[in-house]
Design a protein around this ligand. Structure first.
Ligand code: PMP
Length: 388
C-alpha cells in the first residue's frame, strides 16, 4: 500500500506524524523516572479528555475488547443481572462477555439503525434488579450514537452501574464522565484517540470501585482483574515506581503525544471538527442518492458513516475505492452485512482527506456504472465545510 494512501476505516485510523515519531523513540525502561512521568501525565490527560478528574484512568496493553473484558471480569459475579442496550454488533459483544462471567443478560434491542427508546430503558430499570447496564456510545456496525448522558443519569437514578463502550467515540464525541455519573467508560487507542492499536483504556468511577471492593468472590481472570491494575495506575500518577505487568511503553508515549495534540486543539474544537466532517461527509453521500444506515441524522455518529450500496453495486466498490488510494471497509452487522459499507472520519484527519475520500467514492461509483452527477457529493460536502 503506497505510503500516501488514506486509511478511512472506523479504526484503526491514520495517526499524526508526531504520534508515529513517539513510537520510534528509543525504548525506555517502564520504571525509569522519565517514563513514570510520561505515563503519569498520560493518565492525567485522559482524565482531562474524558472529563473524569475525580476518577481513575487505567491503560493496559490490549485492544478495546480487553477493556470490556476487564470491566465485566472485575464487576460481575455469577447470577448478577445485566441489561444491555444493544444498537449493533458491539452490544452483542458486551452481552457475550458479561455472560461469560455468569451474568444473566436482558437485552434491549434497538431497531436496526436506531437507538433504544428511553421509555423502554425506564421500564426495564423499574422492573428488574440490575447490577449493571452496558451501552455502546457509538456502535461501529451501524454508525449509531446513543445519548449516554441520559442513559447514565437514568442508571444512576435506579442504582445501576453504567458501563459505556466508548471505543469508537472517545475524543470524537463528547463525554463528561464525572458530571454525567458514568461508572465505567472503556475505549481503545486506535480510533478517535489517534494512536495505533494496542492500548485498552478505562475510566473507572468511585461507585464502580466500591462495587469491586464489595465482591463476594475473587475475580476469575488474572490479567483482567482491575484490582491488579489500580494500584499501578495510582503509583504512576503519584510518580512512583510500580509493576504488575509490563506496560506498552512506546504506545503510551504515542498516546501521551496524541492527547497533548487533542488538548492543544481544545476539546470543544475537536468535537466540533468531528461533527462538521461527519455532516459534510453525510451530506456528500446523500447528494449521491445513497442511503445511510442510521434512521436519521440525530442518531448518526460523528466518527463514522455507514452507507448502503445503491442498487446494482456490491462490495466490489471497496476494491475500486482502494484502487483510488483510499481504504474504506465493508459491513459487519449480520442483518445487512453485504449491503453496506463503512467510512471512518475520526482522529487527525483533515478536510482534504474527507474530500479525497468522497472523490474516490464518486470515481468508484462512476466506474461501477452507477448513475449520478459526477461531483455532486463533493459539492455538497464543500458547501457544508464552507458553512453554507
Ligand atoms: N466496541 C466498539 C464500539 C468498537 O468499535 C470496537 C472495535 N471495532 C470494539 C468494541 C472492539 O474493540 P477492539 O477491536 O479494539 O478489541
Amino acid at each position: 500500500m503506497p505510503e500516501r494512501d488514506l486509511l478511512m476505516i472506523p479504526g484503526p485510523v491514520m495517526c499524526h506524524p508526531a504520534v508515529l515519531r513517539a513510537l520510534s523513540r528509543p525504548v525506555m525502561g517502564h520504571v525509569t523516572p522519565e517514563f513514570i512521568n510520561i505515563f503519569g501525565e498520560t493518565l492525567e490527560r485522559l482524565q482531562e479528555v474524558l472529563k473524569g478528574e475525580k476518577s481513575q484512568a487505567v491503560v493496559v496493553a490490549g485492544s478495546g475488547t480487553l477493556a470490556m473484558d476487564m470491566t465485566a471480569a472485575s464487576l460481575l459475579e455469577p447470577g448478577d443481572k445485566v441489561v444491555v442496550l444493544n444498537t449493533g454488533v458491539f452490544g452483542d459483544r458486551f452481552a457475550a462477555i458479561c455472560e461469560r462471567y455468569g451474568a444473566e443478560i436482558t437485552t434491549l434491542q434497538a431497531e436496526l439503525g436506531d437507538v433504544v427508546p428511553s421509555e423502554e430503558m425506564e421500564k426495564a430499570l423499574q422492573q428488574g434488579k440490575y447490577k449493571l447496564l452496558t451501552v455502546t456510545h457509538v456502535d461501529t456496525s451501524t454508525g449509531v450514537i446513543m445519548d449516554i448522558e441520559a442513559v447514565a443519569r437514568l442508571a444512576a437514578k435506579h442504582g445501576v452501574l453504567s458501563v459505556v463502550d466508548g471505543i469508537c467515540a472517545a475524543a470524537g464525541a463528547e463525554v463528561r464522565f464525572d458530571e454525567w455519573g458514568i461508572d465505567v467508560y472503556v475505549t481503545a487507542s486506535q480510533k478517535a484517540l489517534g494512536v495505533p492499536p494496542g492500548l485498552a483504556i478505562l475510566m473507572v468511577g468511585s461507585r464502580a470501585l466500591t462495587a469491586y471492593e464489595a465482591r463476594r468472590t475473587p475475580v476469575t481472570n488474572y490479567f483482567a482483574d482491575l484490582g491488579n491494575w489500580l494500584p499501578i495506575m495510582r503509583a504512576y500518577q503519584g510518580r512512583e515506581r510500580a509493576y504488575f505487568a509490563t506496560p506498552a511503553v512506546n504506545l503510551i508515549c504515542a498516546l501521551h503525544v496524541s492527547l497533548e495534540l487533542i488538548l492543544a486543539e481544545g476539546l470543544e474544537n475537536c468535537y466540533r471538527r468531528h461533527e462538521l466532517f461527519s455532516q459534510a461527509f453525510k451530506a456528500g453521500m446523500t447528494a449521491l442518492d445513497l442511503q445511510l444506515v442510521p434512521v436519521n441524522l440525530q442518531v448518526a455518529a460523528p466518527t463514522l458513516t455507514a452507507i448502503y450500496y445503491p442498487d446494482g453495486v456490491d462490495a466490489d466498490l471497496l476494491t475500486k475505492i482502494r484502487e483510488r488510494g483510499v481504504t474504506v471497509t465493508g459491513g459487519i452487522h449480520p442483518q445487512i452485512r453485504d449491503r453496506y459499507f463503512r467510512v471512518g472520519h475520526m482522529g487527525a484527519i483533515t478536510a482534504n482527506d474527507l474530500l479525497a475520500t468522497i472523490g474516490a467514492i464518486e470515481g468508484a461509483l462512476h466506474a461501477s456504472y452507477y448513475e449520478f452527477d459526477l461531483g455532486a457529493g463533493l459539492a455538497a460536502a464543500q458547501e457544508r465545510l464552507a458553512g453554507a
